[in-house]
Design a protein. Structure first.
Length: 358
């Protein structure tokens, strides 16, 4: 790590003065359960759309502290979640490494596809300087949050970020990145190693700016076979966790290897993360078994939140009944969909606050 600054140890207090979200990550079972949602700042909110219209490009929104603070706080004001998550994007890391990153309306991110010969052009030493606006956003959000609301920093896991870099965007069948990893694993490992170092540096800097917990999004972990998962998801995550914990003792890390299936158990055992984010395909009895190892977070289907009504209420009740009584944070199994009515989110929070059924 390039930073010589040591972050004061996170105090794992489970007393009444601690923030509920951090209490849950420390291993305390709470009633009601803390709740926040992935993509809780997003296009489903009219106030987000109004702010987004002022920004220009999506990256301009991420790199404008005034606007990024505003969209981070909007869902906290409206719904009273127990945690805010920094508004940014996982692709700010390749951007800071010197890769061209753009976002096309209706199509998503576009990058110049990475080739092994591009390795020497990556600039891991520029992470902190290139992402200063993000760290400024973290500082301002932390100051603005209510005293009982925690702040989450985040980054993309190396495998997922590498998929975007190699494929040149999203929406692919992952053929290019898998052929690269399988056909030239030594060169692919060099890219992963750069991403491990850059991601750890980025996360430590977020903690230094005020983040109280961290989440690693491995959104495309589910496309990996078991041996690939061990090498390209678990091993890099373990390396990042070791680096971050050495610099920031006690700051909890949530790992979210979406689509990992039965390999969630190996991920929990091998990576050193403090909590697991579960996607909506994870059966609740399996989720309950995972709780014996680490706190879990999840895992309502975002489509149920968009639909609302009795189907949503029944699913929320099932999750609360299954996972209460052990360390648990209520969330979705992926992000809030743009078509989600805000009133459904408000009802979800109300139902979680009411706790599990008798």
């Amino acid at each position: 790590m390039k930073s010589g600054k040591t972050v004061p140890a996170f105090q794992r207090s489970v007393g009444p003065e601690a923030k509920p979200f951090l209490q849950a990550l420390s291993g305390k079972a709470l009633t009601p359960q803390p709740v926040w949602l992935m993509r809780q700042a997003g296009r489903y909110l009219p106030e987000y759309r109004a702010t987004r219209a002022k920004a220009g490009s999506f990256l301009d929104l991420c790199f404008s502290p005034d606007l990024a603070v505003e969209v981070t706080l909007q869902s906290i004001r409206r719904f009273g979640f127990d945690a805010a998550i920094l508004f940014s994007d996982i692709l700010v890391v390749p951007h800071a490494l010197g890769r061209r990153v753009g976002f096309v309306e209706g199509e998503g991110p576009k990058l110049d596809p990475y080739q092994p010969s591009d390795l020497s052009g990556l600039k891991p030493g520029e992470i902190r300087n290139s992402l200063l606006p993000v760290f400024e956003t973290v500082k301002r959000v932390r100051r603005a949050l209510p005293a009982d609301v925690a702040l989450i920093g985040f980054a993309g896991a190396p495998w997922t970020v590498a998929t975007y870099m190699v494929e040149g965007g999203s929406g692919s069948d992952f053929g290019a990145v898998k052929r690269f990893a399988l056909g030239d694993p030594d060169s692919f490992q060099k890219l992963i190693d750069v991403l491990v170092d850059a991601t750890a540096e980025y996360l430590v800097a977020q903690v230094e700016a005020g983040a109280e917990a961290l989440q690693l999004f491995d959104s495309w972990a589910g496309v990996l076979s078991e041996p690939e998962f061990m090498r390209w998801s678990i091993a890099p995550t373990r390396a990042i966790a070791e680096k971050v914990k050495a610099a920031c003792p006690g700051v909890p890390i949530i790992g979210f290897p979406r689509g990992a299936g039965m390999l969630y158990a190996d991920y929990a055992r091998e990576t050193g993360v403090d909590a697991l984010g579960l996607d909506f395909t994870v059966p609740l009895d399996f989720a309950r078994a995972l709780q014996t190892r680490v706190p879990v977070q999840g895992n309502l289907d975002p489509q149920l939140l968009a639909v609302g009504g009795e189907a949503m209420r029944r699913a929320i009740s099932d999750i609360l009944d299954a996972l209460s009584g052990a360390p648990f944070v209520f969330n979705l199994g992926h992000g809030v969909l743009p078509e989600t009515p805000p009133e459904n989110v408000a009802e979800l929070v109300s139902l979680v606050r009411a706790g599990p059924s008798a």
